[in-house]
Design a protein. Structure first.
Ligand code: ZN
Length: 146
C-alpha cells in the first residue's frame, strides 16, 4: 500500500522529494492547536501542530508516518498555511478536494499540491491525500486563540 501510484515522472519526483525531505516536519513548542488523525486503510498517521494568533496561522509543524501520498501531501500543504485565516485555508481545501475529484486545471495557489492531481485516478488513495487537511481542520477547530 505504500507504493506511489504512477502519476507521471515529474510529479512523482516532487512527491518523493517531499516524502523523503518533509517540509515543516517536527514539533511546535508554542502550539495552541493540535490534531492527531489516521487512515486505517493505509496505516497513515499525521500529527499536526499549529500556532494561531489573531485568527491567522503563524506557524505549523507536522509529523507522522505512512504512504508517500499522505506524507508528501501534508508536507506540501504546510507550505501554504502561514499567514492564512481559517476561511482562506478552507477555500484551499475545497480547491484541493475538487482537484482530487478530477475537476479541471488545479489553481496555481495550490502550489506543490498540484503534483497530486493524478491521485484522482486512484480513488482509494484520495483519503491519503486528504489526511493532512483533516488534521488541519481539526487543529484549527481546537486552536485556543481567536
Ligand atoms: Zn496512504
Amino acid at each position: 500500500m505504500s507504493s506511489t501510484p504512477p502519476l507521471g515522472s515529474l510529479y512523482q519526483a516532487l512527491i518523493l522529494d517531499h516524502y523523503r525531505r518533509p517540509r515543516n516536519r517536527g514539533e511546535l513548542a508554542d502550539a495552541n492547536g493540535m490534531a492527531h488523525v489516521h487512515n486505517p486503510t493505509c496505516g497513515d498517521e499525521i500529527i499536526l501542530e499549529l500556532r494561531v494568533d489573531d485568527g491567522r496561522i503563524e506557524d505549523v509543524r507536522f509529523r507522522g508516518e505512512g504512504c508517500s501520498i499522505s506524507q508528501a501531501s501534508a508536507s506540501m500543504m504546510t507550505q501554504l498555511l502561514r499567514g492564512r485565516t481559517a476561511t482562506e485555508v478552507s477555500g484551499l481545501a475545497d480547491e484541493f478536494r475538487m482537484m482530487l475529484r478530477g475537476g479541471g486545471t488545479p489553481p496555481r495557489e495550490l502550489g506543490d499540491l498540484r503534483a497530486l492531481a493524478g491521485v484522482s485516478k486512484f480513488p482509494a488513495r484520495v483519503k491519503c491525500a486528504l489526511l493532512g487537511w483533516e488534521a488541519l481542520a481539526n487543529a484549527l477547530a481546537n486552536a485556543d486563540s481567536a
